[in-house]
Write a protein that binds this ligand. Structure first.
Ligand code: SPV
Ligand code: MG
Length: 306
């Protein structure tokens, strides 16, 4: 079950502790938090400026950033490196997508230690077999690990965290794998019993029906997390009406926005035969300086360059 009390002792601790405590406090206050995907520190900064409650360090987005499919090709070290850079630049709590936990429960122990130390607020671990296949692909090979094996991973994650506010979110891919609602509910209940703070139920249906039916049937105490990429009709009022969803993750909108913008601008530069028209329609160089905090560099130059 999700405890929402913030351990005040932790507020003076590391940024890991602060992020986790802040995320719990925000959930207690608002009942529903909005988490935006990011694949870089810059996208995390933009998510923060836009007013999101947290950042989803998405495996799909980082894979795409490297021009790779999201099929366990990106290593933990690559993902962790990016997560650390995000933590450096954004004060938003980070919800880290650690896929299958990079192996078995022993790998999960190592991963949770590393991600907690890196300063993330939460990890999401999914019950697919390693190497996994991206969830939203049509006719994907979606293989689940045995429920018992995954409960071992959840228990390992919970036993490893040192900050009690650090959230362990168990994600079941039972609906994605076509195993049906009864199996999804059976797994979700087992994962909650194993200590998961929240349950992420993923679906690739084009309507919210499947997820709404799961939510209605869910009688656990752990709040639900959804990723409504394929069923965008599930907007905030509809999510709140469910009464059981505590977190919504906008799973891949940073990378899709970046692709849309770059495609359009690159095409216009080619069509215009130069950059003379596009200049007024894209972020100014000064805006990039602002995001890079060049003002701080200038201030420090004045203070320290003698
Ligand atoms: C991700 O963003 O990496 C996710 C969400 O896991 S999804 O791609 O929809 O599976
Ligand atoms: Mg992922």
């Amino acid at each position: 079950m999700l405890h929402t009390g913030v351990n005040s002792q932790l507020l003076s601790g590391t940024s890991a502790m602060r992020g986790a405590a802040r995320l719990r406090a925000r959930m207690a206050e608002q009942r529903l938090v909005h988490i935006m995907s990011a694949h870089s520190p810059l996208s995390a900064i933009l998510a923060e400026e836009a007013g999101f409650d947290g950042v989803w360090a998405s495996g799909f987005e980082l894979s795409a950033l490297y021009g790779l499919p999201d099929v366990s090709l990106i290593s933990m070290a690559q993902h962790l490196d990016m997560v650390r850079a995000m933590v450096e630049q954004s004060s938003l709590p980070i919800v880290a997508d650690i896929d299958t936990g990079f192996g078995n429960a022993i790998n999960v122990i190592h991963a949770v230690r590393q991600y907690e130390r890196a300063g993330v607020a939460a990890v999401v671990i999914e019950d697919k077999a390693f190497p996994k296949v991206t969830s939203l692909i049509a006719d994907g090979r979606q293989e689940l690990v045995r429920m018992e094996e995954f409960t071992g991973k959840v228990r390992a994650a919970v036993a490893t965290r040192s900050d009690p506010d650090f959230l362990v979110i168990a994600r079941t891919e039972a609906l994605i794998a076509g195993s049906g609602e009864a199996e999804a509910l059976r797994r979700a209940a087992a994962y909650e019993k194993a200590g998961a703070d929240m349950i992420l139920i993923h679906s690739k249906q084009k309507t919210p029906d499947e997820v709404e039916s799961f939510v209605r049937a869910w009688d656990g105490n752990a709040p639900i997390v959804i990723v409504p990429t394929t069923y965008p009709q599930m907007n905030e009022p509809r999510i709140r009406a469910s009464g059981k969803i505590g977190m919504v993750i906008y799973g891949n909108h940073a990378i899709r926005a970046a692709v849309t913008a770059m495609k359009e601008v690159f095409a216009r530069i080619r069509a215009d035969g130069g950059i003379h028209h596009i200049d007024r329609d894209i972020a100014s160089v000064e805006e990039i300086f602002r995001l890079q905090k060049m003002d701080v560099v200038k201030r420090d130059e004045g203070r320290f360059l003698m």
